[in-house]
Ligand binder design. Structure first.
Ligand code: CA
Length: 232
């Protein structure tokens, strides 16, 4: 699974634009056309992030936001609205939104905000990340496997942390690069593959159970389960 985003937007043109743009960036995108549909979709599917328009039919965005948080929905919510004014920002944040973007917005800005939220969302979770016998402490940045301390560089740690946050999900090379190298990354560079090879040596070398899995055309995944045959 790639990172999954729910876009709640009632204007078909805007919804289509966001769906295409985010799909091109490697996200799996679902669209909800109104507030009720947004709430029903989130009960059945696990989303990594929600982009939420405030002016919606059937149930407005603020109510959707409050109800999601009341249901202990933990993924980041990015509110997008045509309404201006500080009041909306405060109301949105009080309702449980994590960030706010006013329409019209630049798509690149939306992407940057989404990436920041996805990075930050780890703080809502536990300090310790675990996949099988691999343990990562997000506070002091120590990593152990079967109790043995692994010495990782800062970048190796950042790549591993991302893979552990999204364990069991395929992360594309561009997604990994965007999270770890930020701006100025050359998309044609093989730096992600280089780092994944180094990580594999440090994490999987000498262990029977391989945790890092490659899907050639799509990217990498960290999982304790042996994946289906397209993986190597
Ligand atoms: Ca709307």
């Amino acid at each position: 699974m790639a990172m999954r985003v729910l876009v709640v937007e009632d204007e078909p043109q805007m919804a289509g634009f966001l769906a295409r743009g985010l799909s091109d960036e490697g996200y799996v995108v679902d669209i909800a056309n109104d507030g009720e549909q947004a709430l029903s979709l989130t009960t059945g599917v696990e989303y990594n992030l929600v982009v939420l328009d405030l002016q919606l039919p059937r149930k407005d965005g603020l109510t959707v936001c409050r109800e999601l948080r009341d249901q202990s929905f933990r993924a980041p919510i990015l509110v997008v609205t045509a309404l201006g004014g500080d009041c909306d920002v405060v109301t949105g944040l009080n309702a449980g939104a994590d960030d706010y973007l006013a329409k019209p917005f630049d798509f690149a800005v939306l992407l940057a905000r989404m990436r920041a939220l996805l990075r930050r969302s780890r703080h809502l979770r536990s300090d310790m990340l675990q996949v099988s016998d691999l343990l990562l402490n997000t506070v002091d940045h120590t990593v152990t496997r079967s109790g043995r301390v692994l010495n990782l560089t800062t970048k190796e740690y950042a790549v591993l942390e991302l893979l552990m946050l999204f364990k069991g999900q395929i992360l594309g090379r561009a997604q990994i690069a965007e999270h770890v190298w930020d701006e100025g990354f050359d998309p044609l560079s093989n730096i992600v593959d280089v780092y994944m090879n180094r990580l594999r040596k440090k994490i999987d070398h000498g262990f029977d159970r391989q945790l890092i899995h490659t899907r050639r055309s799509e990217g990498y995944m960290l999982s304790e389960d042996a994946p289906d045959s397209p993986y190597v």
